[in-house]
Design a protein around this ligand. Structure first.
Ligand SMILES: Nc1nc2c(c(=O)[nH]1)N[C@H]1C(S)=C(S)[C@@H](COP(=O)(O)O)O[C@H]1N2
Ligand SMILES: [Mo]
Length: 326
């Protein structure tokens, strides 16, 4: 297959060369059905027209270099599970709502304003973000505080690349991420579950840790809306809620940011929220987790690992009591 790339790393295939993943998968499924002889002439016709329709899909591919230093070997979560079982409360609080409603959000055009204690405040659009550093594919575990986890091939680059560019001054002790709060597109904002907009934050040294990923895509494509299009953070050693979706503002600040979940329930969700099997949530154990896609009556839960298995971050917390700073 011939692929033309523009300078953003987005490939520009000719229309006839596009094979969106769902077409590819349905084709594979079709071949399988054909093999077991369960498909009739009528269904064949239906398949053909479905393909013609799907060929005009706009799911934009992203070319990224796999970075073997950041690839967990666990089996990857299926694209379907990763895009239909989500937490994105702006679109409703149940797991299916983001996939159902997030298409109302317009992920382009989009700008991210970078402000606060930095020498070079700037507003970047998505094309500039895509060009800021070489795109890498990294397969990370993501562990939700609710007790489930996924393994996702993300696309992006270390957040430190962006931080370097804006030149923080010595007052920049924390980084705050402010996400989209658009009442028109996000019906979840009508309910005061959280104090909107959803805000998250990291200490500056956490934000500068190479694992912290400024994320623009997953599974070889731009981020689906329900996963936080067009730009989110992924901090895999922390519970999933620290990985703020659909970011519109990044602020460098002196004081620890007041983050959405910490504000809503300070005794349950700390600022740090490092994955820690030894510190239980007040209402449930954090010692083990359910891997999405592995559920079955007899499937064993997996033990949760300290820092979600990312022991390279441990030195960020030397001397800190992680029961107190949970
Ligand atoms: N803006 C925003 N970001 C968010 C959330 C949210 O509700 N709103 N939920 C968080 C939670 S609880 C989790 S577990 C992850 C889920 O990411 P995923 O749906 O891509 O797996 O997104 C996080 N980022
Ligand atoms: Mo979560």
């Amino acid at each position: 297959m011939l692929i033309k790339r523009n300078s953003n790393g987005i490939d520009l295939p000719f229309a006839s060369e596009i094979t969106p993943r769902h077409v590819f998968e349905s084709r594979r499924d079709f071949i399988r059905k054909l093999a077991v002889g369960s498909i009739a002439g009528g269904a064949l016709l239906e398949m053909a027209s479905r393909e013609a329709f799907a060929a005009s899909s706009t799911a934009q591919k992203l070319v990224a270099q796999p970075n073997p230093a950041y690839v967990v070997l666990d089996k990857q979560t299926s694209y379907k599970d990763a895009t239909t079982y989500n937490n994105f409360y702006e679109f409703g609080t149940d797991k299916e709502s983001p996939a159902r409603y997030a298409s109302a959000m317009k992920a382009r055009p989009w700008t991210v304003s970078i402000e606060g204690e930095i020498k070079k405040p700037m507003t970047l659009d998505i094309d500039s973000l895509l060009k800021l550093a070489p795109l890498e594919e990294r397969v990370y575990r993501l562990r939700c505080v609710e007790g489930w986890s996924m393994v996702i091939p993300w696309i992006g680059y270390s957040l430190s690349e962006l931080i370097k560019k804006v030149e923080p001054n010595s007052n920049a002790k924390y980084v705050e991420f402010v996400t989209l709060a658009d009442k028109e597109a996000m019906h979840g904002l009508n309910r005061a579950v959280l104090d909107w907009p959803y805000v998250e934050g990291l200490r500056i040294d956490e934000a500068n840790h190479p694992l912290a990923l400024l994320t623009l895509g997953m599974y070889g494509e731009v981020l689906p809306n329900q996963n936080g299009a067009p730009v989110r953070i992924v901090t895999p050693w922390k519970y999933g809620f620290k990985s703020a979706k659909s970011i519109v503002k990044i602020r460098f600040v002196k004081d620890q940011p007041r983050t959405a979940w910490n504000l809503a329930a300070p005794r349950e969700y700390g600022f740090y929220s490092n994955v820690n099997p030894q510190v239980d949530h007040p209402r449930w154990s954090q010692a083990s987790e359910r891997r999405i896609g592995e559920d079955g009556l007899f499937t064993k839960k997996r033990p949760t690992l300290m820092f979600n298995g990312y022991s390279q971050v441990a030195s960020l917390y030397t001397g800190m009591d992680l029961k107190k700073f949970f």
